[in-house]
Design a protein around this ligand. Sequence first.
Ligand SMILES: [Zn+2]
Length: 135
Amino acid sequence: MPAKSVEIQCPACGKDTLLRREPKYDGFKKVGERLLCASCKHEFAGENEVSFKTLARPSVFSDADKLKKADIFADDEKGRNCRRCRQYVVNPFVQRCGLDNRLVQATDLCERFEKKEEPPAENGQEEEKENRESH
Ligand SMILES: [Zn+2]
């Protein structure tokens, strides 16, 4: 089985690269592993000196988290768009979430969605208006 390549950011050459592991020998006896940058051959003193990229990835979400999210959006995914939310703040240049001021898109889905009170639109005029504005 081939060794899984591990992505790192090398402090010596600054590149996003791979970690190379090479057996270290004392005579003919294997005494350990050398940890090298695949780009510049910088040798790390130990695993805790290596900046593993895998740790910073968004995949740190556990499966349980993913399932929870899927549940939240499963019932009515369309209805939870930011543009239908009472916290959605629009000004001429940006769209923001009123809860934490982060930039959002009208089509974003949000876990903290709160339905905006609005009279029921029966003729679809609002949809048309929005389309014109976005072009
Ligand atoms: Zn390097």
